[in-house]
Design a protein. Structure first.
Length: 391
């Protein structure tokens, strides 16, 4: 018995400002290509069942193009593997905030796909001796939270769930997806299951034997740099999906090559350096990128740069780097300043992007607005203006 485990495709996401020749946001197209590649791989592997562990779409109301694309991919999957059950659960991104708003995921039921969008569902396939307990985000945040325990006599007991597993996401949580439902080790009881297919955390991770986060198919979180650092630290190949053999207990990563290189360049120490010196340092870092920065996603952190020096940087050259790359983020960081305010210990002065994130994070929003995307967009715009103006 083999299970294909895909999580967090985030179809329909729009990042940065570049468009394809067809007028589609370039990152939206990249993410779609990653999902198509994953479906190609699943068809080639011919598993007995396929599960999508949440956040198929990046928002509750994806674009028509994203919906049609997903429908065609699932149609292709059903035609190639007509006997294999396909199960989708809703994650926090594609869960409506009110019961009056229907879930677009139910569209795929027309293809014979089993969908758990609101309540948890226990699904069985006697011919496969398989039971899948599909637990979407909404079921985990409801008052009637289900007990995560196998039921029935089926030999293969699989849990598909979208949440924030205790002890998995690194302590600073700077690149964790917001809004995940917390799950404890005791509540999960991983050893009782034949396999647990998790979604929500975008870095591939073994929680326990036979319990895994598959990770996302592309870099789509609000802090892709944190993801890169975590993957480097743990010597991971990058993004992809998982193929789990329930009989042997082996889980095999199925890597997907990202559409473009994402590079976090070696930081520059700016203390004591003039604007002209920093311009030369920045240009040297960019020139040192193997193959150039064209159409790539790049970050370069420059620390301890006083405000007046940042203003004097060559912003014409910086704009040229931004025009060449798909996304070039020059992260200029001011020296930390400790101040005595009233009584008590001195504290670091917060940056404007930090203030904006906090404000937008608690600001009331109209129904249907994706708060995570809203906050990230606001902070990105402030950081971009700061870099352009040196302020």
């Amino acid at each position: 018995m083999k299970i294909a485990h895909i999580a967090d495709p985030h179809l329909g996401i729009r990042q940065y400002h570049r468009q394809t020749s067809g007028g589609i946001n370039q990152r939206e197209a990249d993410v779609a290509n990653a999902f198509r590649t994953a479906i190609d791989g699943v068809i080639a592997a011919r598993p007995d069942a396929v599960v999508i562990a949440g956040d198929l779409f990046h928002s509750v109301r994806p674009t028509n193009a994203a919906i049609v694309f997903a429908f065609r991919q699932f149609q292709r999957l059903r035609e190639a593997l007509p006997a294999a059950p396909v199960v989708i659960i809703a994650g926090n991104h594609d869960t409506p905030r009110s019961v009056e708003t229907g879930s677009i995921l139910r569209l795929f039921e027309e293809l014979g796909v089993s969908v758990a969008a609101g309540e948890a569902r226990r699904l069985t396939w006697p011919q496969l001796d398989l039971s899948i307990f599909a637990v979407p985000h909404d079921a985990l945040v409801s008052d009637a939270r289900p007990a995560l325990r196998p039921e029935g006599s089926e030999r293969h007991q699989v849990l598909v769930i979208h949440g924030d597993m205790e002890g998995v996401i690194p302590g600073d949580r700077s690149f964790a997806e917001y809004g995940g439902a917390p799950i404890t080790e005791a509540e999960l009881g991983a050893s009782a299951w034949s396999y647990v297919a998790f979604g929500h955390y975008h870095v591939q991770h073994e929680i326990a034997p036979r319990a895994w986060y598959a990770g996302a198919l592309e870099y789509v979180s609000t802090n892709i740099w944190g993801e890169l650092a975590e993957e480097r630290e743990r010597h991971l190949a990058g993004k992809g999906w998982l193929l789990a053999d329930l009989d042997s207990g082996t889980v095999t990563a199925q890597p997907i090559t990202s559409a473009r290189r994402i590079l976090d360049l070696e930081p520059i120490e700016g203390a004591g350096r003039s604007a002209a010196e920093l311009d030369a340092d920045i240009a040297a870092r960019v020139a040192g990128v193997d193959g150039g920065i064209r159409d790539r996603i790049i970050r370069l952190v420059v620390t301890n740069v006083p405000r007046h020096v940042a203003r004097e940087l060559d912003h014409v050259a910086i704009r040229a780097f931004r025009s060449d790359a798909l996304h070039f983020h020059l992260d200029i960081r001011r020296p930390e300043v400790s101040r005595q305010v009233g009584v008590g210990a001195p504290g670091r002065r917060r940056t404007l992007p930090e203030i904006v994130r906090e404000y937008l994070g608690r600001r009331p929003l109209p129904a249907g607005i994706d708060r995570e995307r809203f906050v990230a967009l606001g902070a990105d715009l402030v950081e971009s203006v700061n870099a352009d103006q040196g302020d």
